[in-house]
Design a protein around this ligand. Structure first.
Ligand SMILES: C[S@@+](CC[C@H](N)C(=O)[O-])C[C@H]1O[C@@H](n2cnc3c(N)ncnc32)[C@H](O)[C@@H]1O
Length: 294
């Protein structure tokens, strides 16, 4: 008896196949030839967990531009096909890139394509399973898989370094809302920025170590809220956000002044500044209790 998850994957696979066949994208027109003299893959050929179908080049550019890929980045394409995303990341955006591809023929073709594009020194193609290979070095992750596969990978993706950008062609991540949506004439992609885990109780201190206040944060992916207790008075945070490793919010101090705090979170510590009468002052924080389970 197939599980609900495998039934959903199967259904999503059918939707994927139907969308790929019927959608206005004419992959065959855009890409008349995919392989080389040694190997010519076939559109929609079966793959381990999802079939092979290339992302159109216009969308590849949109995805990498939306993720602001640059020279310092390490881009991982999970299920790399014939390598077009890692190759574009290296050739057009100056990044270092890794493609993980299960199919040995596609992986070998991707390596040859990287050589032909003159970027073999910055593109590595790993012949392996995306559920087994380590991609924790990524600063950018690209996906063109299936909804269920995105969700299976979600815990691993959320554990990546805060600020890592994730772009998925066509499919979203369920209840983890995208930070941005991009589209071309005939397709769409979603972008997320991995948020630092900030939930819990934090003790904030001024530069000289005196107490600044106590912060209680609740979090669902990149959405955060909570309270700040200053001199025994608790208030809700205004406009709280977490963007990668940056936490920010607005509050009202005991003298009625509206102030903001911006801090960089690193594990159980944070360091930042709060504005104060036309200047800013350093503030540090230490997490003293983890978040209560939802
Ligand atoms: C829809 S294609 C996307 C190809 C490429 N990323 C692109 O956007 O042009 C998905 C690719 O994932 C590969 N694949 C499927 N399951 C995989 C797995 N478990 N590990 C690695 N690759 C896999 C398939 O062989 C196929 O090449």
């Amino acid at each position: 008896m197939p599980s609900n998850a495998s039934r959903r994957t199967f259904t999503a696979g059918i939707v994927f196949a139907a969308a790929a066949t019927l959608a206005p994208w004419s992959f065959a027109q855009d890409f008349p030839r995919y392989g080389d003299a040694l190997y010519e893959p076939t559109l929609r050929q079966p793959g381990k967990d999802v079939m092979w179908l290339p992302t159109p080049d216009a969308m590849v550019k949109r995805m990498l531009a939306a993720a602001r890929v640059g020279r310092g980045d390490v881009v991982y394409d999970l299920g790399a096909g014939e390598g077009r995303i890692p190759i574009a990341a290296a050739r057009d955006f100056g990044a270092t890139a890794v493609g993980i591809e299960y199919d040995a023929d596609l992986a070998a073709l991707a390596r040859r394509n990287a050589e032909r594009a003159g970027v073999a020194d910055r593109v590595t193609i790993v012949r392996g399973d995306i559920f087994r290979e380590d991609f924790s070095r990524a600063t950018v992750v690209t996906l063109f898989l299936l909804p269920d596969l995105n969700q299976q990978l979600r815990p691993q993706i959320l554990a990546l370094r805060p600020g890592t950008r994730v772009v998925s062609h066509m499919w979203d991540m369920g209840e983890w809302e995208p930070d941005e949506k991009v589209s071309t004439d005939d397709s769409q992609a979603f972008l997320w920025i991995v948020p630092a885990p900030v939930a819990g109780r934090w003790r904030l201190a001024e530069e000289d170590g005196t107490s600044f206040g106590e912060l209680e944060l609740v979090q669902r992916f990149q959405r955060v809220g909570g309270t700040l207790c200053l001199r025994g008075r608790t208030q809700p945070l205004l406009g709280a956000f977490v963007n990668g490793a940056t936490l920010g919010f607005t509050f009202v101090d005991p003298f009625g002044a509206v102030r903001t705090l911006r801090a960089q979170v690193a594990g159980d510590t944070m360091a930042g500044r709060t504005n104060f009468v036309g200047t800013t002052a350093p503030v540090t924080g230490r997490r003293v209790a983890a978040a209560a389970p939802p």
